[in-house]
Ligand binder design. Structure first.
Ligand code: UDP
Ligand code: MG
Length: 319
Protein backbone atom coordinates (compact mmCIF):
# COMPACT_ATOMS: atom_id res chain seq x y z
CA UNK A 1 0.00 0.00 0.00
CA UNK A 2 2.81 2.44 0.85
CA UNK A 3 5.78 2.94 -1.44
CA UNK A 4 9.28 2.53 -0.09
CA UNK A 5 10.10 6.14 -0.86
CA UNK A 6 7.58 7.27 1.74
CA UNK A 7 9.19 9.54 4.30
CA UNK A 8 8.49 9.35 8.02
CA UNK A 9 9.40 12.41 10.12
CA UNK A 10 10.17 12.10 13.81
CA UNK A 11 9.91 15.39 15.70
CA UNK A 12 11.62 15.60 19.09
CA UNK A 13 11.57 18.74 21.27
CA UNK A 14 14.65 18.80 23.47
CA UNK A 15 15.45 21.14 26.30
CA UNK A 16 18.68 20.53 28.21
CA UNK A 17 18.79 16.85 27.26
CA UNK A 18 22.54 16.54 26.63
CA UNK A 19 22.78 13.17 28.38
CA UNK A 20 19.82 11.66 26.56
CA UNK A 21 20.19 12.64 22.91
CA UNK A 22 22.90 10.19 21.81
CA UNK A 23 21.14 7.24 23.39
CA UNK A 24 17.81 8.37 21.97
CA UNK A 25 19.30 8.80 18.49
CA UNK A 26 20.79 5.29 18.53
CA UNK A 27 17.53 3.71 19.65
CA UNK A 28 15.44 5.52 17.04
CA UNK A 29 17.86 4.60 14.26
CA UNK A 30 17.86 0.98 15.44
CA UNK A 31 14.09 0.64 15.17
CA UNK A 32 13.60 2.80 12.08
CA UNK A 33 16.23 0.96 10.08
CA UNK A 34 14.24 -2.24 10.48
CA UNK A 35 11.42 -0.65 8.48
CA UNK A 36 11.18 -0.06 4.76
CA UNK A 37 10.76 3.70 5.05
CA UNK A 38 13.14 6.62 4.72
CA UNK A 39 13.03 8.79 7.79
CA UNK A 40 14.12 12.20 9.03
CA UNK A 41 14.81 12.82 12.70
CA UNK A 42 14.15 16.46 13.59
CA UNK A 43 15.45 17.72 16.91
CA UNK A 44 13.89 21.01 17.98
CA UNK A 45 16.18 22.58 20.55
CA UNK A 46 14.03 24.68 22.85
CA UNK A 47 16.70 27.20 23.91
CA UNK A 48 18.82 24.73 25.90
CA UNK A 49 21.60 26.17 28.03
CA UNK A 50 23.68 22.95 28.04
CA UNK A 51 25.46 21.14 25.20
CA UNK A 52 22.23 19.98 23.52
CA UNK A 53 22.48 22.23 20.39
CA UNK A 54 26.10 21.16 19.82
CA UNK A 55 25.18 17.50 20.03
CA UNK A 56 22.30 18.08 17.63
CA UNK A 57 24.67 19.81 15.20
CA UNK A 58 27.19 16.97 15.47
CA UNK A 59 24.50 14.39 14.74
CA UNK A 60 23.14 16.41 11.79
CA UNK A 61 26.63 16.69 10.29
CA UNK A 62 27.34 12.98 10.74
CA UNK A 63 23.96 11.64 9.61
CA UNK A 64 22.04 13.16 6.71
CA UNK A 65 18.76 11.90 8.14
CA UNK A 66 19.10 14.17 11.19
CA UNK A 67 17.94 17.80 11.16
CA UNK A 68 18.31 20.36 13.91
CA UNK A 69 16.11 23.40 14.48
CA UNK A 70 17.63 25.59 17.14
CA UNK A 71 15.15 28.04 18.63
CA UNK A 72 16.36 31.45 19.80
CA UNK A 73 15.20 30.89 23.38
CA UNK A 74 12.99 28.64 25.47
CA UNK A 75 9.49 28.83 23.99
CA UNK A 76 8.04 25.81 25.79
CA UNK A 77 7.29 22.22 24.84
CA UNK A 78 4.09 22.89 22.89
CA UNK A 79 5.66 25.60 20.73
CA UNK A 80 8.72 23.41 20.11
CA UNK A 81 6.39 20.64 18.91
CA UNK A 82 4.57 23.13 16.69
CA UNK A 83 7.86 24.31 15.18
CA UNK A 84 8.79 20.70 14.37
CA UNK A 85 5.38 20.06 12.81
CA UNK A 86 5.79 23.18 10.62
CA UNK A 87 9.11 21.89 9.29
CA UNK A 88 8.43 18.17 8.96
CA UNK A 89 8.15 16.89 5.40
CA UNK A 90 7.09 13.30 6.03
CA UNK A 91 4.05 11.43 4.75
CA UNK A 92 3.56 10.70 8.43
CA UNK A 93 4.96 12.69 11.34
CA UNK A 94 5.64 11.19 14.77
CA UNK A 95 6.16 13.50 17.75
CA UNK A 96 7.90 12.17 20.85
CA UNK A 97 9.99 13.23 23.87
CA UNK A 98 13.76 12.90 23.79
CA UNK A 99 14.20 11.50 27.30
CA UNK A 100 13.26 7.87 26.48
CA UNK A 101 9.91 8.18 28.27
CA UNK A 102 8.28 7.63 24.91
CA UNK A 103 9.87 4.27 24.03
CA UNK A 104 11.39 4.19 20.51
CA UNK A 105 10.54 0.47 20.33
CA UNK A 106 6.92 1.52 19.82
CA UNK A 107 7.72 3.27 16.54
CA UNK A 108 7.03 0.19 14.34
CA UNK A 109 3.64 -0.28 16.07
CA UNK A 110 2.62 3.34 15.47
CA UNK A 111 3.62 3.06 11.84
CA UNK A 112 1.76 -0.22 11.37
CA UNK A 113 -1.44 1.46 12.63
CA UNK A 114 -0.90 4.19 10.04
CA UNK A 115 -0.47 1.51 7.37
CA UNK A 116 -3.85 0.13 8.47
CA UNK A 117 -5.30 3.50 7.48
CA UNK A 118 -5.49 5.47 10.74
CA UNK A 119 -4.52 9.12 10.35
CA UNK A 120 -3.98 9.88 14.03
CA UNK A 121 -2.34 7.26 16.22
CA UNK A 122 -2.54 8.58 19.78
CA UNK A 123 -0.65 6.88 22.58
CA UNK A 124 -2.11 6.69 26.05
CA UNK A 125 0.12 6.50 29.09
CA UNK A 126 -1.50 3.98 31.43
CA UNK A 127 1.24 4.36 34.00
CA UNK A 128 4.50 6.21 34.49
CA UNK A 129 7.28 4.32 36.24
CA UNK A 130 8.53 6.25 39.25
CA UNK A 131 5.99 9.08 38.90
CA UNK A 132 5.34 10.80 42.21
CA UNK A 133 1.96 10.41 43.82
CA UNK A 134 1.48 14.15 43.43
CA UNK A 135 2.19 14.19 39.69
CA UNK A 136 -0.17 11.27 38.95
CA UNK A 137 -2.90 12.75 41.13
CA UNK A 138 -2.73 16.26 39.63
CA UNK A 139 -2.54 14.83 36.11
CA UNK A 140 -5.69 12.70 36.69
CA UNK A 141 -7.54 15.61 38.25
CA UNK A 142 -6.63 17.81 35.31
CA UNK A 143 -8.04 15.41 32.72
CA UNK A 144 -11.26 14.90 34.71
CA UNK A 145 -11.75 18.67 35.08
CA UNK A 146 -10.86 19.37 31.47
CA UNK A 147 -13.31 16.78 30.15
CA UNK A 148 -16.09 17.84 32.50
CA UNK A 149 -15.71 21.47 31.47
CA UNK A 150 -15.02 21.49 27.77
CA UNK A 151 -16.63 20.18 24.64
CA UNK A 152 -13.54 18.39 23.34
CA UNK A 153 -12.73 15.11 25.02
CA UNK A 154 -9.06 14.62 25.79
CA UNK A 155 -8.09 11.04 26.58
CA UNK A 156 -6.97 10.60 30.17
CA UNK A 157 -3.22 9.99 30.13
CA UNK A 158 -3.02 11.11 26.49
CA UNK A 159 0.56 12.07 25.75
CA UNK A 160 2.32 14.09 23.06
CA UNK A 161 3.66 10.82 21.63
CA UNK A 162 1.60 10.35 18.48
CA UNK A 163 1.65 9.78 14.77
CA UNK A 164 -0.10 12.19 12.41
CA UNK A 165 -0.72 11.64 8.74
CA UNK A 166 0.46 14.48 6.52
CA UNK A 167 -3.13 15.50 5.83
CA UNK A 168 -3.68 15.99 9.58
CA UNK A 169 -0.39 17.90 9.86
CA UNK A 170 -1.58 20.22 7.09
CA UNK A 171 -4.78 20.89 9.05
CA UNK A 172 -2.79 21.41 12.23
CA UNK A 173 -0.69 24.09 10.54
CA UNK A 174 -3.82 26.14 10.05
CA UNK A 175 -4.38 26.55 13.80
CA UNK A 176 -3.28 30.05 14.60
CA UNK A 177 -3.52 30.44 18.38
CA UNK A 178 -0.53 31.10 20.60
CA UNK A 179 -1.66 29.37 23.78
CA UNK A 180 -1.45 25.82 22.59
CA UNK A 181 -2.77 22.64 24.04
CA UNK A 182 -1.94 20.23 21.25
CA UNK A 183 -3.81 17.29 22.81
CA UNK A 184 -7.03 19.30 22.61
CA UNK A 185 -6.28 20.50 19.09
CA UNK A 186 -5.67 16.97 17.82
CA UNK A 187 -8.76 15.65 19.54
CA UNK A 188 -10.83 18.45 17.93
CA UNK A 189 -9.28 17.98 14.51
CA UNK A 190 -11.10 14.73 13.71
CA UNK A 191 -9.94 12.29 10.99
CA UNK A 192 -9.58 8.58 11.62
CA UNK A 193 -8.08 8.25 15.07
CA UNK A 194 -6.93 5.27 17.11
CA UNK A 195 -5.23 4.82 20.47
CA UNK A 196 -2.52 2.54 21.76
CA UNK A 197 -1.53 2.17 25.39
CA UNK A 198 1.92 2.17 26.89
CA UNK A 199 3.74 2.36 30.20
CA UNK A 200 6.13 5.30 30.29
CA UNK A 201 9.50 4.27 31.72
CA UNK A 202 11.60 6.58 33.88
CA UNK A 203 13.62 9.32 32.26
CA UNK A 204 16.96 7.99 31.00
CA UNK A 205 18.91 10.95 32.44
CA UNK A 206 18.23 14.39 33.88
CA UNK A 207 15.14 15.76 35.58
CA UNK A 208 11.64 16.64 34.38
CA UNK A 209 11.53 20.13 32.89
CA UNK A 210 7.99 20.75 34.09
CA UNK A 211 7.81 22.67 37.33
CA UNK A 212 4.50 23.00 39.17
CA UNK A 213 4.18 26.51 37.71
CA UNK A 214 4.66 25.26 34.13
CA UNK A 215 2.11 22.47 34.72
CA UNK A 216 -0.40 25.01 36.03
CA UNK A 217 0.06 27.27 32.99
CA UNK A 218 -0.31 24.25 30.73
CA UNK A 219 -3.54 23.22 32.47
CA UNK A 220 -4.94 26.76 32.27
CA UNK A 221 -4.09 26.92 28.56
CA UNK A 222 -5.95 23.65 28.03
CA UNK A 223 -9.05 24.66 29.97
CA UNK A 224 -9.40 28.25 28.76
CA UNK A 225 -8.72 27.28 25.15
CA UNK A 226 -11.52 24.75 25.02
CA UNK A 227 -14.01 25.80 27.63
CA UNK A 228 -16.20 28.77 28.43
CA UNK A 229 -17.46 27.02 31.57
CA UNK A 230 -15.39 29.13 34.01
CA UNK A 231 -17.01 32.29 32.57
CA UNK A 232 -20.46 30.75 32.91
CA UNK A 233 -19.57 29.62 36.40
CA UNK A 234 -19.14 33.26 37.46
CA UNK A 235 -22.52 34.03 35.88
CA UNK A 236 -24.34 31.16 37.67
CA UNK A 237 -22.85 32.05 41.03
CA UNK A 238 -23.95 35.64 40.40
CA UNK A 239 -27.54 34.46 39.79
CA UNK A 240 -27.57 32.28 42.90
CA UNK A 241 -26.22 35.13 44.99
CA UNK A 242 -28.78 37.52 43.47
CA UNK A 243 -31.66 35.27 44.53
CA UNK A 244 -30.17 34.71 47.96
CA UNK A 245 -29.91 38.44 48.52
CA UNK A 246 -33.60 38.89 47.62
CA UNK A 247 -34.53 36.27 50.21
CA UNK A 248 -32.23 37.95 52.72
CA UNK A 249 -33.74 41.34 52.02
CA UNK A 250 -37.27 39.96 52.54
CA UNK A 251 -36.13 38.47 55.80
CA UNK A 252 -34.65 41.81 56.90
CA UNK A 253 -37.84 43.66 55.93
CA UNK A 254 -39.93 41.14 57.85
CA UNK A 255 -37.84 41.66 60.97
CA UNK A 256 -38.00 45.44 60.60
CA UNK A 257 -41.74 45.66 59.99
CA UNK A 258 -43.25 42.89 62.06
CA UNK A 259 -40.95 42.32 65.02
CA UNK A 260 -39.63 44.49 67.77
CA UNK A 261 -36.07 43.22 67.53
CA UNK A 262 -33.34 45.87 67.58
CA UNK A 263 -30.69 46.08 64.82
CA UNK A 264 -28.04 43.59 65.80
CA UNK A 265 -27.58 42.70 62.10
CA UNK A 266 -23.89 43.52 62.02
CA UNK A 267 -22.77 39.93 61.65
CA UNK A 268 -25.11 39.17 58.78
CA UNK A 269 -24.14 42.31 56.92
CA UNK A 270 -20.42 41.83 57.33
CA UNK A 271 -20.66 38.19 56.31
CA UNK A 272 -22.68 38.93 53.21
CA UNK A 273 -20.40 41.79 52.14
CA UNK A 274 -17.35 39.57 52.51
CA UNK A 275 -18.98 36.72 50.63
CA UNK A 276 -20.23 38.88 47.79
CA UNK A 277 -16.94 40.78 47.59
CA UNK A 278 -15.04 37.52 47.32
CA UNK A 279 -17.34 36.14 44.66
CA UNK A 280 -17.14 39.36 42.64
CA UNK A 281 -13.37 39.28 42.75
CA UNK A 282 -13.39 35.64 41.65
CA UNK A 283 -15.70 36.50 38.76
CA UNK A 284 -13.50 39.42 37.71
CA UNK A 285 -10.47 37.14 37.97
CA UNK A 286 -12.00 34.60 35.59
CA UNK A 287 -12.93 37.34 33.12
CA UNK A 288 -9.44 38.84 33.46
CA UNK A 289 -7.86 35.49 32.63
CA UNK A 290 -9.79 35.29 29.38
CA UNK A 291 -9.18 38.94 28.49
CA UNK A 292 -5.45 38.43 29.10
CA UNK A 293 -5.56 35.57 26.62
CA UNK A 294 -7.43 37.67 24.05
CA UNK A 295 -4.72 40.30 24.48
CA UNK A 296 -1.97 37.74 23.87
CA UNK A 297 -3.70 36.40 20.77
CA UNK A 298 -4.55 39.73 19.10
CA UNK A 299 -0.93 40.79 19.16
CA UNK A 300 -0.37 38.11 16.51
CA UNK A 301 3.26 37.74 17.41
CA UNK A 302 5.31 35.02 15.72
CA UNK A 303 5.06 31.75 17.63
CA UNK A 304 8.85 31.26 17.70
CA UNK A 305 12.01 32.21 15.90
CA UNK A 306 15.02 30.09 15.00
CA UNK A 307 18.64 30.86 15.74
CA UNK A 308 20.12 28.16 13.52
CA UNK A 309 19.14 25.26 11.32
CA UNK A 310 21.23 22.16 10.68
CA UNK A 311 20.75 19.39 8.19
CA UNK A 312 19.71 18.80 4.62
CA UNK A 313 16.28 20.23 4.09
CA UNK A 314 16.32 23.91 4.72
CA UNK A 315 13.19 25.19 3.04
CA UNK A 316 10.28 25.82 5.35
CA UNK A 317 7.05 24.02 5.13
CA UNK A 318 4.82 26.57 6.75
CA UNK A 319 1.85 27.16 4.45
N1 UDP B 1 10.82 20.18 26.74
C1 UDP B 1 10.95 21.26 25.86
N2 UDP B 1 10.76 22.53 26.36
C2 UDP B 1 10.42 22.77 27.67
C3 UDP B 1 10.27 21.65 28.53
C4 UDP B 1 10.46 20.37 28.03
O1 UDP B 1 11.23 21.09 24.68
O2 UDP B 1 10.28 23.95 28.03
C5 UDP B 1 11.04 18.81 26.20
C6 UDP B 1 11.97 17.92 27.02
O3 UDP B 1 13.31 18.06 26.62
C7 UDP B 1 11.44 16.52 26.72
C8 UDP B 1 9.93 16.77 26.53
O4 UDP B 1 9.79 18.16 26.22
O5 UDP B 1 11.98 15.99 25.52
C9 UDP B 1 9.11 16.40 27.75
O6 UDP B 1 9.60 17.09 28.88
P1 UDP B 1 9.81 16.38 30.29
O7 UDP B 1 10.40 15.02 30.11
O8 UDP B 1 10.56 17.32 31.15
O9 UDP B 1 8.30 16.28 30.79
P2 UDP B 1 7.63 15.07 31.64
O10 UDP B 1 7.98 13.79 30.92
O11 UDP B 1 8.22 15.14 32.99
O12 UDP B 1 6.17 15.40 31.60
MG1 MG C 1 9.80 13.17 30.31
Amino acid sequence: MFANNCLISIVVPVYNEQDNIDMFYQEVVKYMEQLAYCFELIFVDDGSSDATPFIVERLAVADKRVRGLIMARNFGHQIALTCGLYHAKGNAVITMDGDMQHPPEMLPLLISKWEEGFQVVQTVRINTEGASWFKSFTSNMFYKLMNAMSNVQVTEGGSDFRLLDKQVVASFRRFRERARFIRGMISAIGYRQTKIEFVAPRRFAGKSKFSLKKMLHFALDGITAYSKTPLRFAFYIGIIMGFSSIVLTLHVLYIKLFTVEAVPGWATITASILLLGGLQLAGIGIIGEYIGRIFEEVKQRPLYWLRAEFGQHKERNKE
